[in-house]
Design a protein around this ligand. Structure first.
Ligand code: 13P
Length: 253
């Protein structure tokens, strides 16, 4: 039985005091649930990681970096290593978010290096995949998702897959209010699980958690998570308000 996993990606939002208050507010509103019956994570901007880690220190909520660099240290201006994320109390790292792929221009190869660096650095990566609207219209969803999953997990052994979550985030549903229907999302989630069975084996595929992301909200969370292969949500906009995100976490129980 896969445990539900709800993650809030704050993107480039909040400020020092607002971020800490948001984190504390959600931890209080979901006391006894978050980290116990459902895994919960926040992904604040790098500069607020430490204060958010402190704000939730009495809860079981996990904190992660919105990105990570694959090198261990050195002359990589602006980048953040796995060791740095761990040092400030992170347990997760987002790898290959669609905004990193399509706004910043990250390749599948770079995303794969980030996944590998996260795992070897003791962090749990969330590998994000998803098609653009043109790709869906051209019926290339499965082709794109398969390429991103196979490339993103290249050289990740079956043993190391225990640390990995996959997030399916159709790019056309992110921040648009256009949520994939539960059927549309389930179809791709089942495709990803079958793909994992092909890449590894059926038992491993049954154990990997696959989150859905893209305009997930309190009023569609339960229906999305009611689908057989949807094990949680990666939430953007609706993770920025205590009531909204707490309601999503409660919908997972
Ligand atoms: P929204 O929930 O704002 O659509 O963002 C989804 C997302 O990109 C989470 O990583």
């Amino acid at each position: 039985m896969r445990k539900a996993f709800i993650a809030g990606n704050w993107k480039m939002n909040t400020d020092a005091s607002g971020g800490a208050a948001l984190a504390k507010g959600i931890a209080e509103a979901t006391d006894g649930i978050a980290g116990e019956s459902v895994d919960v994570a926040f992904f604040p901007p790098f500069v607020y990681l430490q204060s958010v880690v402190s704000a939730v220190s009495s809860s079981s909520i996990g904190i992660g970096g919105q990105d990570i660099y694959f090198e261990e240290k050195g002359a990589f201006t602006g980048e953040i290593s796995a060791a740095m994320l761990k040092d400030v109390g992170c347990v997760y790292a987002l790898c290959g978010h669609s905004e990193r792929r399509h706004v910043i221009g990250e390749s599948d190869e770079l995303v794969n290096k980030k996944v590998l660096a996260s795992i070897s650095g003791g962090l749990m990566p969330i590998l994000c995949v998803g098609e653009l609207i043109e790709e869906r219209k051209a019926e290339k969803t499965e082709e794109v998702v398969e390429r991103q999953v196979r490339a993103g997990l290249k050289d990740v052994s079956a043993e190391k897959m225990a640390a990995v979550t996959v997030a399916y985030e159709p790019v056309w549903a992110i921040g648009t209010g256009l949520t994939a229907t539960p059927d549309q999302a389930q179809e791709v989630h089942a495709f990803i699980r079958n793909l994992l069975a092909d890449m590894y084996d059926a038992k491993l595929a049954e154990e990997v958690r696959i989150q859905y992301g893209g305009s997930a909200k309190a009023d569609n969370a339960a229906e999305l998570m009611g689908q057989k292969d949807i094990d949680g949500l990666l939430v953007g906009g609706a993770s920025l308000k205590v009531e909204d995100f707490a309601a999503i976490i409660k919908a997972a129980v």
